[in-house]
Design a protein around this ligand. Structure first.
Ligand code: SAM
Ligand code: SF4
Length: 329
């Protein structure tokens, strides 16, 4: 699959649910309305869709949400997908999770061939954790990290940089993550969905964070890549990796290799644009994959050049109406 700008699409993100057991302030409003369950694709349908993408050349799949590990019977889905790892058709299946269910599922994820996971964690202070996730239980996430490491999963911590919230904690988070052999990646807030707060109150440009960090740490540029949008440095003092995902302050769309499928079968060609293609109708219209394949080709043919996000004090532009929990970041 090659888009009109010559970018090969080899990476699929599958959001298996829009529901979540947290209500992170930058991601959701507290009183979110979720999709009616009848609109969801079944796990078998999600597997068929994912398989159609694998047949078209996708090499890596990331499972996300909402919180993917709260979807009923989700381990069955991971076990099904693992056949593509066994056959060599897929290089990697990964997951992005808030960590709340990891102590239950880490072992099963590892058994299903998952080797790396991303755990979202914006703070190490229990009271702050509660205020940013609204509903989260910090202790459970810590137990989840322990379980994941015990199961042999490599962990990358993802932290959204939020102004006046966690900017005084980044040193501590670097020490914590690197001290446990985990990578750490920081992410800029993106204007997605109504969350009841002003976006410019949350937005902290990582260019400023990086400049600040480099007054205390030695940041050595690295060409390490995981196929995602993060750019990495190695911190000489810890030996660990620190990534920056900077959709706002430094746009990386020119190297975009991914598309996203939601739990209702909508295919989004760009996280930051509203255009989408319905794959549920072709999926349900026949048992074979021909119709889905044609719909995917047509959609890739209109993958946009990039997002139009801008967050400034005066205004926030390029906003998309759907929440991050719909397409899963
Ligand atoms: N629930 C899982 C989790 O939190 O890891 C997976 C889904 S969550 C939507 C995926 C990632 O998107 C998380 O790392 C989260 O912090 C990030 N995220 C959510 N809303 C965001 C926003 N408006 N801007 C930037 N990142 C956001
Ligand atoms: Fe849930 Fe993840 Fe969104 Fe937080 S960022 S509310 S954990 S989907």
């Amino acid at each position: 699959m090659v888009d009109p700008f010559g970018r090969a699409v080899t990476y699929l993100r599958v959001s298996v649910t829009d529901r979540c057991d947290f209500r992170c302030v930058y991601c959701m409003a507290e009183d979110m309305t979720f999709l009616p369950r009848r609109d969801l694709l079944t796990l078998e349908e999600l597997d068929r869709l994912s398989t159609a993408f694998v047949e078209k050349g996708v090499r890596r799949i990331r499972i996300t949400g909402g919180e993917p590990l709260v979807r009923k019977n989700i381990m069955h889905f991971f076990r099904q997908l693992s056949r593509h790892l066994a056959s060599g058709a897929l290089d990697e299946v990964t997951v992005t999770t808030n960590g709340s269910q990891l102590s239950r599922f880490a072992g099963e994820l590892a058994d299903a061939g998952v080797r790396r996971i991303n755990v979202s964690l914006d703070t190490l202070r229990e009271d702050r954790f509660r205020s940013i996730t609204r509903w989260g239980d910090f202790g459970k996430v810590m137990d989840g990290l322990d379980a994941a490491q015990k199961a042999g999963l490599a962990i990358k911590i993802n932290a959204v940089a939020v102004k006046d919230f966690n900017e005084d904690e980044f040193d501590e988070m670097i020490r914590f993550a690197h001290g446990r052999g985990m990578d750490l990646t920081m992410i800029e807030t993106m204007p997605m969905g109504e969350v009841g707060d002003e976006r410019h109150d949350q937005y902290l440009p990582l260019s400023a964070v990086r400049a600040d960090l480099s007054s205390r740490w030695t940041l050595v540029d690295s060409d390490y890549r995981t196929g995602g949008p993060a750019r990495y440095v190695r911190i000489a003092e810890t030996g660990g990796r620190l990534g920056f995902i900077t959709p706002m302050s430094h746009n990386f769309c020119e190297s975009c290799n991914r598309v996203r499928v939601t739990c209702t079968g909508m295919l989004y060609m760009c996280l930051g644009q509203d255009d989408a293609a319905d794959l549920r109708a072709p999926l349900r219209a026949s048992e074979g994959n021909e119709l889905i394949g044609a719909a995917i080709d047509e959609a890739i043919g209109r993958k946009p050049k990039g997002h139009d996000f801008v967050i400034e004090r005066q205004e926030t532009r390029g906003t998309v109406a759907r929440h991050m929990s719909v397409t899963g970041g």
